[in-house]
Ligand binder design. Structure first.
Ligand code: UGA
Length: 438
């Protein structure tokens, strides 16, 4: 089948490559010319090596291409996935401009085509967006009736950055929310080669499943942080506590790693958007507000730990290792590095930072920040360091690097280091939720 993907971002490209690997012909459409050029030369516009490898193979075999001509791409596609971004507005509400504009363009393509096309919303949107906003726009610009002249469905994604292709090929479930049976059947057939269970539902339910999932993941992280913050004050290592609590299958072990809080383009945005949507319907979610409040406070927790070890930060030089929102990615959206560095600076510390992939984009967000070109250089002469992202290379730091610090104190803000190794290498280890070290 010929599939059109509107939006060559993270979700769009992962979806395109996944369907390309399943044997379909993919046309990606994006209004960003540099993105289109990157895709056509087999390059991923973001750091996701396994995805890029497959993308480049598909481009070479002419199974995947990209264009800025959205109408042409949508005219050619039998199924059209809308994968445009839905960024947060200051209120927490999602910005639907890109989705509205893409829907209008796709409607124009539907108008000039005779075949039955199914439009699938994959962008993360709050309940009722597909039927109350996308559907009327498509009907107006195509002049056709949804469920008759064209099909409509909502099909959320559950990919994690860093494992996008694997998560696409082996999803935990496939949620197909359809306006009509015909659209749902077409989508179910497309996904048939993937083993995961298919959940067939209506479009609002599909939209809500996405938010319920991300809100729960955020809840687990804030819960882990709350327990960890208590553990550290009780002189207990939260790692043993959370690992044993997680052995209960009703709790589950994943996503219980305490840290500086959740960042990224999804969890913070989705929790805020769901809270905003609930508020607009007259429901004030205390749970979601608390999850966000705990998240906001986590960077200060790490800063207090550092202060407890080295005293007041005024005039001190502090290293921040890792600027991306997590290790293994070059994405700085909602990274906790930003509030962390702001807090350190507000206390009078001079900050030097290092990230293997995200330094350049972070420099745009904080142009006056001092950057080091390696972790070793970043640690040289500092009075303490905070690990903000769980990059694998930080686990290999040892005596050579720590001995160049003025005060060898490491605050592990992601619980990704081995405390014994740090101690043996002559540094003091302080981990979020690591009470045993106090
Ligand atoms: C998240 C979800 O995990 C995906 O299932 C979802 O599909 C995706 O959002 C989305 O909606 O598109 P992602 O944004 O890639 O994926 O990031 P995560 O791996 O979930 O990490 C988010 C943040 O939580 C990171 O800052 C990470 O360091 C933090 N985290 C994660 C913790 O602090 N503790 C944990 O145990 C896990």
């Amino acid at each position: 089948m010929k599939i059109c993907i509107v939006g060559a971002g993270f979700v769009g490209l992962a979806t395109g490559v996944m369907f390309g690997k399943l044997g379909h012909e993919i046309v990606c459409a994006d209004i960003d010319e540099s993105r289109v050029n990157a895709v056509n030369s087999g390059k991923s516009p973001f750091f996701e090596p396994p995805l890029e490898k497959e993308l480049s193979r598909l481009v070479k075999r002419s199974r995947l291409s990209a264009t800025t001509d959205v109408v042409r791409a949508a005219s050619e596609g039998e199924t059209i996935f809308l994968c445009v971004q839905t960024p947060s507005l200051p209120s927490g509400r999602i910005d639907l401009h890109p989705l509205k504009s893409a829907s209008k363009t796709v409607g124009r393509a539907i108008k000039r085509c005779k075949d039955y096309k199914v439009v699938v919303v994959k962008s993360t949107v709050v309940p009722s967006t597909t039927d109350a906003i996308v559907l009327p726009i498509l009907e107006k610009s195509s002049g056709k009736k949804a469920g008759n002249g064209f099909g409509l469905a909502m099909n959320p994604e559950f990919l994690q950055e860093g494992s996008a292709l694997k998560d696409s090929m082996q999803p935990s479930r496939i949620v197909i929310g359809a306006l009509d049976k015909r659209s749902g059947d077409i989508l179910a057939k497309l996904y048939a080669p993937l083993k995961a269970e298919k959940v067939r539902t209506d479009m609002r339910t599909a939209e809500m499943i996405k938010y319920a999932s991300n809100a729960f993941l955020a809840t687990k992280i804030s819960y882990a942080n709350e327990i960890a913050n208590m553990c550290v004050r009780f002189g207990i290592d939260s790692e043993s506590v959370l690992a044993a609590a997680g052995m209960d299958p009703r709790i589950g072990r994943l996503f219980l790693r305490p840290g500086l809080g959740f960042g990224g383009s999804c969890l913070p945005k989705d929790v805020k958007a769901l809270r905003d949507k609930a508020r607009s319907e007259g429901f004030s979610s205390r749970l979601l507000s608390t999850i966000l409040a705990i998240n906001e406070a986590q960077p200060s927790e790490a800063v207090s730990m550092l202060e407890s070890a080295i005293g007041a930060l005024r005039g001190k030089r502090i290293a921040v290792l890792g600027l991306a929102f997590k290790g293994g990615v070059d994405d700085i959206r909602e990274t906790r590095a930003l509030p962390l560095i702001e807090t350190l600076r507000s206390k009078g510390a001079a900050v030097v930072a290092y990230d293997p992939m995200a330094a350049r984009s972070f420099a745009r967000a904080m142009p006056d920040l001092e950057f080091a070109s390696s972790a070793a250089k970043c640690l040289k002469g500092v009075d303490g360091a905070i690990v903000q992202a769980d990059w694998e290379e930080f686990r290999r730091l040892g005596r050579t690097e720590f001995s160049s610090m003025r005060t060898p104190v490491i605050v592990d803000g992601r619980r990704c280091l081995d405390p014994d190794r740090i101690r043996k290498a002559g540094a003091r280890y302080l981990g979020i939720g690591y009470g045993a070290a106090r």
